[in-house]
Design a protein around this ligand. Structure first.
Ligand code: DGT
Ligand code: CA
Ligand code: CA
Length: 535
């Protein structure tokens, strides 16, 4: 139910965790758009100080301390004070906390520089459409880290071809694209601009060397350096212009990207693998993985409906999933402690399970599609689960996840999650690091230990495909695979529009070297339930 309605009816206190005090403030915010106490506090505290709270390890007490004692109001001031060892002299602070703060600020600054793929992709699409309409521009292609589907990108790199003598016209059109706020640099065949706060690079080449430039600009730099070494051993020189025979001095441009690999005696390596993480060795040995693709995915395992904080009904979600060619989906609404996210009480969950059963009866025979009754069960601060065993046993799939108490230390957080994983009811552990790209680093956790225990208990680990999370990361998902742990890709969709996030999850899985057999939702429903659920 809507919070506004609850407030009108005076029922806010029915939400777990909401008492008189909070209820009064919520009603005040609904009625006036703000809250008096908040406004009072805001006027007492400098605006900038709020951003200090975003730094992990810095709580309100520390902010108050550094503000009162040292007059610090900005991140830069805090960093400076830490570097000058002024913090360690404050009560309850020491050299260690000072170091932690410096590191956290540096990580936060680094994070501000990189753009989550989910933010960059729609921007790249706008630029792509514009360039494709430019006279004289052909083969417009996004390259760089975006083409490799890295979780975050530093900038967006485009290449295109143009008819001889017309490159400059394309470069000019690029610089005058509506929305460009700055032209950083511009030459005859290349240009860099700022568009929607993102740097966009463009390089124009002749059609004859398109493949060479595409390969070069796709990177990564580390992958390219390795390729150049291989070329040198063969008496060749690889560059963005082509491959030069060192003996004859003849440069042969590659029109297609495949030719670059071919001429180096290698099989084609897909962009997602080009990070120098063993792909060159695997290519030489002929052991490149047969990566999972979007069409291998037979269902989505993590969806929210209107029963908790989603915006679509179960039939609507099922309809959309069938439209995508899926065979099943798993409804995983929040559990009872997640009051703010509309978490389901035991009674409501049981009611939902019954409705899912009834719904399956209506569609099963006709279309062979199945809605699985799952739950995204909160892992409470002590590692226990948010529903009693007899309720968990009624579910097809139990997904366990942490949503609170992020400030627990590494050991506490790890043993908290481990306790949930060893619970026999838990089938999948979701977004294990809790990171939000561009917003929040994951909490401290011993991911190797989590993977080890998941392996021992046959628990799958989720790849959360929401572009905000992409958690596990590619590196950790690969570690999981190498430890024999199965991965479950779920979109964490809160509306039918989010079902398309599966693509992000699949690309991440490919960057993690996953093959169809490593991903539980490439299985048919029977195998899936036998593998992880109650089959
Ligand atoms: P990013 O933008 O930080 O997310 O990462 P990339 O990989 O898109 O890097 P970027 O935009 O600096 O350069 C695009 C590609 O150009 C890069 O992936 C490989 C190539 N490249 C750039 N610098 C070098 C270099 O110094 N040597 C070689 N071999 N290739 C380079
Ligand atoms: Ca780039
Ligand atoms: Ca670039």
């Amino acid at each position: 139910m809507d919070v506004k309605e609850l407030s009108r009816e005076g029922k806010l206190e029915a939400i777990p965790g909401v008492g008189k005090g909070i209820a009064k403030k919520v009603t005040e915010i609904i009625e006036t758009g703000t809250c008096k106490r908040y406004e009072e506090m805001k006027s007492e505290v400098p605006v900038d100080i709020i951003q200090l709270l975003d730094i992990p390890g810095i709580g309100p007490k520390t902010v108050r301390l550094v503000h009162e004692q040292l007059g610090i109001t900005t991140l830069d001031e805090l960093e400076k004070a830490a570097i000058e060892h002024k913090l360690r002299k404050l009560p309850r602070m020491g050299a260690k906390s000072e170091e932690k703060i410096i590191l956290a600020i540096q990580r936060s600054k680094e994070m501000d520089k990189r753009i989550p793929l989910g933010v960059a992709l729609p921007v790249a699409e706008i630029v792509m459409k514009y360039l494709e309409k430019c006279p004289y521009a052909s083969n417009v292609t996004a390259t760089g880290s975006l083409r490799r589907h890295r979780e975050t990108v530093g900038d967006i790199d485009f290449i295109a071809t143009s008819d001889a003598g017309h490159a400059e016209a394309v470069i000019k059109a690029f610089g005058s694209m509506p929305g460009v706020t700055e032209v950083i640099g511009s030459g005859a065949t290349k240009s860099s601009v700022i568009f929607r706060n993102i740097q966009i690079d463009l390089r124009i080449v002749d059609r004859s060397s398109f493949g060479s430039l595409l390969q070069h600009f796709t990177g990564s730099k580390e992958h390219n350096i390795r390729l150049r070494e291989i070329a040198i051993k063969k008496g060749l020189k690889l560059s963005e212009y082509g491959i030069k025979d060192q003996k004859t001095g003849i440069l042969t441009p590659c029109g297609e990207e495949e030719e670059v690999y071919q001429r180096l005696g290698l099989p084609f390596i897909v962009p997602e693998l080009r990070e120098d993480r063993g792909e060159i060795e695997a290519a030489i040995a002929g052991t490149l993985p047969d990566l999972v693709t979007g069409s291998d995915i037979r269902g989505d395992l993590h969806l929210h409906s209107i029963w908790s904080d989603g915006t679509n009904s179960i039939p609507e979600l099922a309809d959309a999933a069938m439209g995508m060619g899926y065979e099943y989906l798993c409804i995983a609404d929040h559990s009872r402690s997640r009051g703010i996210a509309g978490g389901l009480s035991e009674e409501r969950l049981i009611k939902q399970i019954n409705e899912i059963d009834a719904f399956n009866d209506t569609i099963e025979s006709s279309r062979g599609f199945k809605v699985l009754a799952g739950s995204e069960v909160d892992i409470r601060a002590d590692g226990t689960l948010d529903y009693p065993d007899h309720v968990l046993e009624m579910l097809d799939i139990v997904i366990a996840a942490v949503h609170s108490g992020f400030d627990q230390d590494r050991r506490t957080m790890t043993s908290r999650i481990v306790r949930a994983i060893v619970d026999e009811h838990v089938d999948i552990v979701a977004h294990p690091t809790g990171r939000l790209l561009g917003e929040r680093f994951g909490y401290e956790i011993d991911i190797e230990r989590i993977i080890e225990v998941a392996g021992e208990t046959g628990t799958a680990i989720e790849i959360n495909a929401s572009p905000q999370r992409l958690d596990l990361s590619d590196i950790n998902a690969r570690k999981a695979k190498e430890s024999g742990v199965m991965l479950a890709i779920g979109t964490d969709a809160h509306s039918i529009d989010h079902l398309g996030y599966m693509e992000f999850g699949v690309h991440l899985a490919r960057r993690a070297w996953l093959e169809p057999g490593d991903v539980v939702n490439t299985m048919g429903i029977k195998d899936l339930l036998r593998q992880i659920g109650r089959g």
